[in-house]
Design a protein around this ligand. Structure first.
Ligand code: NAI
Length: 398
């Protein structure tokens, strides 16, 4: 029988519990089901569907709005007892099984979303087996690397400051350390490469390919998740390389709006709230902001996990008639995070943090550790210890 161990290297999770991942998918499904159904799209494509924001979006739309879904993701299956693959691999399987039990289509493409081949495979599937059109396209990709589909050149993103170095406290979750880190400014090349990987170019390429193939329904909507943050994280996020990439998505949203105008389509940047995910845990300094922010939001009753946030976005805002847009036309579900009183209290708390108290009751350190563990199938609510063999895991298909 396999032993599942939660191992970390810094703020990167190594071990996974595939059965815990399955239970967590079920927990999210149950969260949505308890809220009841809502009127929403029926044919949805989610790019980056296997974890955190993309997965929660897919769960809300399938189990809340009754949508058939296609999910694209890049995950790895089990190889050996020491290498069981990635959590997203098992999330895809658990999602498909649960959706099919409800009579919903849940097709998974586990391949590189940046490539032309994947776009073509998805288009062929929509045409031949998915009813011909999609009415919502969600872009929720987070990646450190992208192969250019035209040139084959590989680009890497870097999470860096721009202009001046940034010095501040950060957290190592593996060693439970609070220490000072310096984030060096990026070179022009690093800025350009980060925009190439995490900017909006691939989103636009997807929408162009889908439009060209005539698989977008009249009135199609496409969403892409952004983060703007506040003055507390501006030096390393909004004002850094990631901020540049997100600004590029705003520009691409305008291009996509033009592209879709003749089919009454719309591209919306969704400025999502800070949550604990694989992608956010590795942003330097960000966990320090989060342990303070989440504490304040927990006390106010506004702290959200990805499923709570995504379900609110689609159920209440986009399809529920209560959207809040900013002057740039972006949807602002981060309204609870940027609330002035929440930010003032977060700022006060951040300034009181030190190596002695960062993991005490004064902060939400425990919340972050738990939420981070859950991403790999550990500390999952309602999980009951079970046995499974490597062979049985290998037989599971997405
Ligand atoms: P995540 O790391 O949990 O998920 C990323 C998804 O992209 C996974 O499904 C992964 O399989 C997929 N993916 C990565 N490379 C791929 C490739 N080459 N081909 C196909 N699929 C690939 O990330 P998370 O945190 O859910 O982020 C999603 C989006 O939400 C990002 O744009 C992020 O900037 C944004 N966001 C995240 C916030 C946070 O606090 N985590 C806050 C606001 C926005």
């Amino acid at each position: 029988m396999l032993k599942f161990e939660h191992k970390l290297r810094g703020n990167v999770a190594l071990g996974i519990n595939p059965l815990g991942c399955k239970q967590q998918v079920w927990n999210e499904i149950n969260y949505v089901k308890e809220k009841g159904t809502y009127e929403g799209p029926k044919k949805v494509l989610v790019i980056g569907a296997s974890s955190s924001y993309g997965l929660s979006t897919r769960i809300s739309l399938a189990f809340g709005a009754g949508a058939d879904t296609i999910g694209v993701s890049f995950e790895k299956g089990p190889k050996s007892a020491r290498n069981l693959g990635t959590a997203g691999w098992y999330n895809n399987i658990a999602f498909r099984e649960a959706a099919e039990e409800e009579g919903l289509i849940a097709k998974n493409f586990v391949q590189d979303a940046f490539s032309k081949e994947t776009k073509q495979d998805v288009i062929d599937y929509i045409k031949n087996e998915f009813g011909g059109k999609v009415d919502l396209v969600v872009y929720s990709l987070a990646s450190g690397v992208r192969k250019d589909p035209e040139t084959g050149e590989i680009y890497h993103s870097s999470i860096k400051a721009i202009g001046e170095p940034v010095v501040g406290p950060t957290i190592n979750m593996e060693k439970q350390l609070f220490y000072t880190e310096t984030l060096e400014p990026a070179t022009d090349q690093e800025i350009a490469d980060t925009v190439k990987v995490m900017g909006g170019e691939d989103w636009q390429l997807w929408m162009e390919a889908l439009k060209e193939a005539d698989v977008l329904a009249d009135g199609v909507l496409t969403t892409n998740y952004s983060y703007l943050g506040t003055e507390l994280n501006h030096p390393y996020y909004g004002g850094g390389t990631l901020g540049r990439a997100k600004a590029d998505c705003d520009v691409k949203a305008e291009n996509i709006n033009e592209l879709l105008s003749d089919i009454n389509g719309k591209a919306t940047m969704v400025v999502a709230t800070a949550v604990t995910t694989k992608a956010s845990a590795v942003i330097p300094f960000f966990p320090v902001y989060c342990i303070a922010l989440f504490k304040v939001m927990e006390e106010k009753g506004t702290h959200e996990t990805p499923i709570m946030h995504q379900d609110r976005i689609y159920r209440e805002m986009i399809y529920g008639g209560k959207p809040e847009y900013d002057e740039a036309g972006r949807l602002r579900p981060d309204n609870w995070e940027i609330d002035p009183d929440t930010q003032a209290k977060t700022k006060e708390l951040v300034h009181q943090l030190n190596a002695e108290n960062f993991n005490s009751e004064r902060t939400a350190f425990d919340t972050i550790l738990k939420e981070f563990s859950v991403l790999s199938g550990f500390m999952v609510e309602n999980y009951v210890e079970q046995d499974i063999t490597l062979e049985e895991l290998k037989e599971l298909t997405y």
